[in-house]
Design a protein around this ligand. Structure first.
Ligand SMILES: C[S@@+](CC[C@H](N)C(=O)[O-])C[C@H]1O[C@@H](n2cnc3c(N)ncnc32)[C@H](O)[C@@H]1O
Length: 238
């Protein structure tokens, strides 16, 4: 089955400047708007990475480096590199790493064109970044390229809200309450109006799994987190 190539409704430079503009408030808003549950979603990703013996890990669209730092905390001997194309987000990540004295390399790079040779990493993670890519499938193919054979991809992303009562409530929160609060607190309304749009545009979990298969991944599995607010997808390069 072939899946239609899709990508973020915003251009890469719009996404880049949006995250650059909200960087200072990003961490606070993340935990505030998710009621602190986002930490448990990232913790599950860390656990999934270390089911395998990962020693060299790339966290793409690392933002303020929460996942990169959690990976390093879990395995201090691992080499963890985080990349993102919004420098102000990386700057906050570097401050956090220095405060905790965690050695994580945080470098500017486009996730669609990673500055690493083929087969460089044991694991590649991306948390809430893929839905911002201008081409999701091209992102998955690029992730496959830089993974070593036997390497593992772990994706955290917000799938489109589920159907049913919870889905309706969540849709209301996501479409109405969250853009209002996020806009008020960050002062950047467009960034928090873009968030629900990017989520509604993102493929459903089974479609994302098919796209991973098409990119070459194997042993693909996914699990919904917190009633489908978030999802974790895992795939291996054989
Ligand atoms: C919602 S934040 C997620 C940050 C972090 N991974 C986390 O879990 O909090 C999305 C990040 O993706 C980055 N991003 C989006 N598209 C990108 C691309 N093509 N290349 C690199 N970074 C990208 C943005 O700059 C932003 O920092």
């Amino acid at each position: 089955m072939s899946v239609v190539n899709q990508g973020s409704p915003e251009t890469a430079s719009q996404v880049q400047s949006m995250f650059g503009a909200i960087a200072k408030r990003y961490d606070f808003l993340n935990s505030f708007l998710s009621l602190g549950i986002d930490k448990s979603w990232r913790d599950e990703a860390v656990k999934t990475v270390f089911e395998k013996d990962a020693m060299r890990i790339l966290d793409v669209a690392t933002g303020t480096a929460d996942l990169a730092l959690a990976l390093k905390r879990e395995r201090i001997t691992a080499e963890v590199i985080g990349v993102d194309f919004a420098e102000p987000m990386l700057a906050i990540g570097r401050q956090k790493a220095a405060k905790e004295q965690l050695e994580v390399k945080l470098e500017p790079a486009d996730g669609l064109n990673l500055p690493f040779p083929d087969a460089s990493f044991d694991a590649l993670t991306i948390a809430y970044g893929l839905r911002n890519f201008s081409n999701y499938q091209a992102g998955l193919i690029e992730f496959y390229r830089v993974l070593k054979p036997g390497g593992r991809l772990v994706i955290l992303e917000f799938p489109p809200p589920p159907k049913g009562l919870f889905g309706q409530l969540f849709r209301f929160y996501f479409m109405r309450v969250l853009p209002l609060l996020g806009g008020l607190i960050s002062g950047k309304h467009e960034a928090y109006e873009y968030l629900p749009t990017s989520v509604l545009n993102f493929p459903a979990p089974d479609v994302l799994a098919t796209m991973m298969k098409e990119a070459g991944f194997d042993k693909i599995r996914y699990k919904l987190q917190t009633f489908g607010v978030s999802a974790i997808h895992v795939g291996d390069k054989s």
